[in-house]
Write a protein that binds this ligand. Structure first.
Ligand code: CMP
Length: 140
């Protein structure tokens, strides 16, 4: 059993897509074991995306991620990191497969509706960034 961090980004929340994203997870057998809505400070966003701090899009990305509330969730399931990445589609919605969340709803390489951890090590770090043990529900 694996866990990953998913975030519905400010554009996803703003376009009323919280329910749609969650529906796709649940329809595909993915369990949500923690969830909240938060509005990140710029400092928080810079910490969360620290791996990208040398990239040219870092300032724009952190500004976008603080432009409105976001919905971080912990997803659990077999092979859930890969499963979530398949449901999201490629980072650039133009390259994303038909029927994926980003292909269906993203408007820009940056405003791409959702984030998902890319590996078990990053999932563990990203989950800890948003949730403590008490906030995680073992659902059996
Ligand atoms: P995410 O999966 O959250 O990881 C990093 C984010 O940076 C990415 O989704 C996009 O929102 C954003 N981003 C903006 N420009 C680029 C780019 N050229 N390449 C990759 N990610 C980008």
């Amino acid at each position: 059993m694996e866990r990953t961090l998913s975030i519905i980004k400010p554009d996803g929340v703003g376009h009323g897509l919280i329910g749609e994203v969650i529906r796709r997870f649940e329809k595909n057998g993915i369990k949500i074991i923690a969830m909240k809505m938060v509005h990140l400070s710029l400092d928080d966003a810079r910490k969360f995306y620290a791996v990208h701090k040398e990239r040219p899009f870092f300032n724009s990305l952190t500004a976008f991620m603080t432009s409105g509330p976001i919905v971080p969730m912990i997803l659990e399931g077999e092979n859930v990191i890969e499963k979530n990445r398949t449901l999201m589609g490629a980072t650039n919605y133009k390259d994303a497969a038909e029927g994926t969340i980003r292909r269906n709803f993203a408007t820009d390489i940056e405003k791409n509706i959702v984030h998902g951890s890319d590996a078990p090590e990053t999932a563990a770090i990203e989950i800890k960034f948003f949730f403590n043990e008490l906030e995680i529900c073992e659902r059996g």
